[in-house]
Design a binder for this molecule. Structure first.
Ligand code: MN
Length: 735
């Protein structure tokens, strides 16, 4: 009997909640809307009937609470309210998406699907996965932006009811909320919910700090009210005289933002002087709204000195979120600066409820356009999601938090851009095509570099040209996510096109070198040219950076893969630097001159006294014949520069090793091990010098000629004999 009573009680409460939900809805609901909500409500109650939350409460109270946030605090339409009621149905119960579509139609099914997908994203993730999570979440916006709003409401309610959860989960959820949901709520213009999310997060991440600040705020409440009363007293008469209907309220800074300020300025609570702002909310019809704002402004500043650099006119230029108000900072009572926010009731509602409230004041097509514009803006952020997810979040968060600037088009239309935007950002903001064709920019009539940082109030004109296109350097000039994404993807496209051409060019050129373009060849070329990918290779060929000459060089090294190997071997056999000087002096006893290595008469110069083995050159003197100087002789430079025509090459050689050159022709089967053996034999065993080599391969066979320098016939004979011993060598002959 007791359980029955409890259920009865619950059912009563559920019925009460339903009436409440309809009553608090911000948008007007017609009969059809109510029918839809009723069906969604009953479906949710039925679907969740066997579920309870950790707190013991029937589960359905959660989706109802989320629907109430959506209906009242955000002020969305019946479709959104129904979707909010159903947001956990597919995720947690036996109802399928098909059931939802059949019962509620395509739109609601799509929204519920989006919400289910978000719920499916893995929960245990590191920060980059969280970022990826976030990105995917945004991607669902392709379908419907209402997904994200309901998700924020869902998160908000979860944050409000986290007490029953274990502490580590609280902290995790709170961190995620700070990292992802609060910035997102801010972007969407849900300022109140953003503040709530931040304060709730602080409550769980730093409970003591949170409690401490809360207590202090409580303590200063009286003082604050007194201050506001003092302030109102001063302006009341003047406002009343104008017949204005208004309220003056204090607006305390959020706990989170006080905490942030204490940290960033390293100050105590009582050292923060601007803990609250004063809000004047006035009644007005459409026509007089702006006029009255400035009238109040003028009354306030008549009585209190304004700080001229702290005037923010969000009425003439609403924020991209739709926020409108006039903010001024004045020297208030007690000689303290205080911010005064002047808003009409309509503006106040928009500020409190966010963009959705905007739609209430717009009708039909305008209403739809409003939603569409908003969707487009979020879409732009989404399009920058090519790169890595963390970058994307960072970039996105930067855009979220950076202050906006306002600039004008040549026709005087106002555009809002993030702070630090450049003309290039402006161009891409106007239209992708304008961005892509940008050749230059004029700011306030003057030609400026594309890297110029725009300031609020600038009039910006983009000069376009059909032949202009994005270049790599544009990435240094563009700061907005949108522009950078467009430039990047254009550069990638361009690269792909060039690479496609490059691949064909390469195929042709290799063919003329008798090489077929295949994966192996491509891989070898990537390594040869020290590149990363085949795309890089084709791109460089397409650009001409890898030209015919370089391809030929590769071809010959590929055709004679062993030659470089061969040459390295020989180079390694060269006389090392640190060889014994004594030995050189005794061995290199004969000085020869010129290319022909002729033996001529000479004298060693006295200025540098060269000894055998030194690097030397000959100088044809008028009276003394050839004089030999060291190459590093102090006189050498002057001689070489003034009498270059009298310089003759000179070189020490070993007179016991006079040699002759001979050519050997080899042929056989092409393999790398074979060549190793040839190397061993020629340079290790025979003390033979190699002057020239020429090898070519053809279908697994090779032929080659080697010019060798040997001391006598017998060594040459022995060399040929030894080479013939190598397996694979077919023929060795002396030419
Ligand atoms: Mn939920």
């Amino acid at each position: 009997m007791r359980t029955e009573t409890l259920i009865e009680k619950e059912n009563k409460e559920i019925a009460k909640q339903y009436k409440e939900l309809l009553r608090i809805s911000y948008q007007n609901l017609n009969a059809e809307d109510k029918k839809l909500i009723r069906l969604a409500f009953d479906t949710a109650v039925d679907a969740h009937k066997n579920q309870r939350r950790k707190s013991g409460e029937a589960y359905v109270f959660h989706p109802i609470a989320v629907a109430k946030i959506v209906a009242s605090e955000i002020g969305l339409d019946a479709t959104s309210i129904a979707s909010a009621l159903l947001h956990d149905v597919v995720e947690d119960t036996d109802y399928t998406l098909d059931d939802i579509e059949r019962m509620f139609g395509e739109t609601i099914a799509r929204i519920v699907d989006g919400l289910t997908k978000i719920a499916h994203l893995k929960k245990d993730m590191n920060i980059s996965q969280q970022a990826e999570n976030f990105r995917k979440m945004l991607l669902t916006l392709h379908d419907d932006v209402r997904v994200i709003i309901i998700k924020i409401a869902d998160r908000y309610h979860n944050m409000l009811t986290m007490d029953a959860m274990p502490e580590h989960k609280q902290v995790k959820m709170a961190s995620e909320t700070l990292y992802i949901y609060a910035p997102l709520a801010h972007r969407i213009g849900l300022y109140n919910i953003k503040t709530e999310l931040e304060d709730l997060s602080l409550k769980y991440t730093e409970p003591e700090v949170y409690r401490d600040i809360q207590e202090k705020i409580e303590h200063t409440k009286e003082e604050q009210q007194r201050y506001i009363d003092d302030f109102s007293d001063v302006i009341r008469d003047s406002l009343d005289k104008e017949g204005l209907k208004y309220t003056v309220k204090g607006r305390m800074k959020s706990t989170y933002s006080i905490r942030k300020k204490m940290l960033s300025q390293n100050v105590r609570f009582d050292e923060i002087y601007d803990k609250f702002a004063i809000r004047i909310i006035y009644e007005s019809d459409d026509q007089n709204e702006k006029f009255l704002a400035w009238k109040i402004y003028s009354i306030v500043t008549d009585h209190f000195t304004p700080n001229p650099i702290r005037l923010r006119d969000w009425i003439s230029s609403p924020k991209s979120t739709g926020y409108e108000a006039l903010h001024i900072t004045v020297m208030g009572p007690e000689g303290r600066w205080v911010e005064v926010q002047i808003r009409s009731e309509r503006m106040h509602e928009i500020a409190e409820k966010g963009y959705a409230a905007h739609f209430k004041y717009k009708h039909g097509e305008q209403k739809e356009q409003g939603i569409e514009e908003w969707l487009n803006r979020l879409q732009e952020a989404l399009e920058s999601s090519n790169g890595n997810a963390v970058d994307f979040v960072e970039e996105f968060k930067l855009n979220l938090y950076s202050k906006e600037i306002f600039v004008f088009t040549p026709r005087g239309d106002l555009k809002s851009l993030p702070k630090d935007s450049t003309p290039l950002d402006f161009a891409f903001n106007i239209h992708t095509e304008v961005g892509m064709r940008t050749r230059g920019a004029k700011v306030n009539g003057k030609l400026v570099p594309l890297s110029t940082t725009l300031q609020s109030g600038d009039q910006v004109e983009i000069i376009t040209s059909d032949s202009a296109k994005p270049s790599q350097s544009w990435l240094d000039y563009a700061t907005t996510a949108r522009a950078r994404a467009k430039i990047r993807s254009s550069l990638r496209e361009e690269k792909k096109l060039i690479a496609n051409d490059g691949k064909e060019i390469l195929r042709r050129k290799l063919k003329s070198q008798k090489i077929t373009l295949n994966e192996d060849v491509v891989n070898k070329m990537v390594v040869y040219f020290k590149l990363q990918t085949s795309l890089d290779l084709f791109y460089r060929v397409g650009l001409g950076a890898i030209d015919n000459q370089k391809i030929k060089e590769f071809a010959s090294s590929y055709n004679n893969a062993f030659i470089s190997f061969f040459k390295n071997k020989i180079r390694r056999k060269a006389i090392p630097e640190n060889i014994d000087r004594e030995e050189i002096t005794s061995k290199y006893d004969l000085l020869v001159f010129g290319k022909e290595e002729e033996k001529l008469g000479y004298i060693l110069s006295k200025c540098c006294t060269p000894i055998p083995g030194d690097d030397v050159f000959g100088f044809l003197s008028v009276n003394e014949g050839i004089k030999v100087h060291k190459k590093n002789c102090p006189n050498a430079i002057s001689l070489q520069s003034n009498y270059a025509y009298r310089i003759i090459q000179a070189k020490w050689i070993d007179s016991s090793q006079e040699v002759f050159t001979s050519e050997i022709k080899l042929s056989g089967i092409d393999n790398l091990g074979l060549l190793n053996e040839i190397t061993e034999i020629i340079s290790d065993n025979m003390h033979v010098n190699m002057k020239n080599l020429n090898f070519s391969t053809d279908g697994g066979t090779f032929t080659g000629t080697i010019s060798v320098v040997v001391k006598n016939q017998s060594i040459l004979k022995k060399l040929i004999q030894n080479l013939k011993q190598i397996g694979g060598i077919e023929k060795v002959i002396r030419l």
